[in-house]
Design a binder for this molecule. Sequence first.
Ligand code: SF4
Length: 438
Amino acid sequence: MKKYKIVTLGCKVNSYESEALALMLEERGYLPSPKDGIADVCLINTCSVTSRSDAKSRQRIRHLIRENPGTIMIVMGCYSQLNYQDIARIEGVSIIIGTNHRSSIPKLIKEYEETNTQIIKVDDSKEFSEYENLSVIKYSDNTRAYVKIQDGCDNYCSYCIIPYTRGRVKSRNKDSVLNEINSLVKNGYKEIVLTGIHTGGYGLDFDDYSFGDLLKDIVNEVKDLKRLRISSIEVHEITDEIIELMATTRVIVDHLHIPLQSGSNNVLRRMNRKYDKDYIIARLKKIRDNFKDIAITTDVIVGFPGESDEEFEETVDTINKIGFDAIHVFPFSSRKGTPASKMSGQVTSKIKKERVNKLLEISKQANYEYANRFIGSEREVLFETVDSKGKLKGHTTNYLIVKVDGDKSLIGQIKNVLIKGFDKDSKDNELLGEIIHE
Ligand code: SF4
């Protein structure tokens, strides 16, 4: 039996694609290779979101070739889409694709076995306009399943390389999404996370079917789905229709991840974001008015070119006005080929670090206050793992981490839990609770 190894770098979309490729190889008789074994086929799904991701992609390709002598080395993903010529020069690389042609991989392996000649199959990302259908019906080690619903992005934020690696929005056919979710639910998954490169951009390439329509169809047509989570959504994509739907169903969870990126109007303009601070403040107020317990989390980039002390303080002020429940903070990383890389006023690493730390402090405090509100209340927890002290650990719908005493057979199940307090040993505001036995 031939063995394969897959290394995945980057985001959940890459994880989804790697799971689909694992399934494709297993259907053709391949088995997963043990970690320290030598694989006949190695596949790396690369990432290019920062220059560090590029370096890591190169390093892992070389490592895989070294550790698996004679392997058929396949490189795919965002880094190879843009840098396939550099990758082709690495000795031992057999097949290179970019962010398309994933479903041809079994055919390409056969071709390589016959010719023993390096294959490069990378198209211009502007030229592929169809969603490439892949399918995942089970995950190797997860209680929540990610379902990819679209690829690409039309937003062209000035700092982001993704529209150049993934091309324009390409949405997945509704029936294909529903079939996959139905299969995953039948296979026992309680929580589905809709994911994509720009998830809320789903349907932009369709004439008469929107992201809101898809949410409605999933909620109405998938029986026994307990939780539906949206990995990330831009503020202007949460339409009144989606807010109304969320108010009428318990399936869509009370957690939204809405990227802010900056709270300064000037910086938002330079970033080519599609809103200003007044819009996002008002919209998020409306969401909070409708759902009192909802968790709203965000991403913020600090040290964007030209970000002055005043502009950073404006961001802090916007964050305080909105009151996010957790903030993922990223120092600006210049990506060659993007408009932001050519902007003047690059901010020093020292200043970026200070700004990162300031926002992380705000995030920590906000997250503590949010979690604290739920002490003494009952919440449903989906158990996912056992922690180092033997406690069962999982998430509530609003993404609080809760730990209880319980048998590991409960992994993958949802139970009602009385939240009793913070786990004093945890730095991440994890909570302790007790399963309520009805
Ligand atoms: S919305 Fe902006 S940040 Fe997100 S993938 Fe598109 S261009 Fe990049």
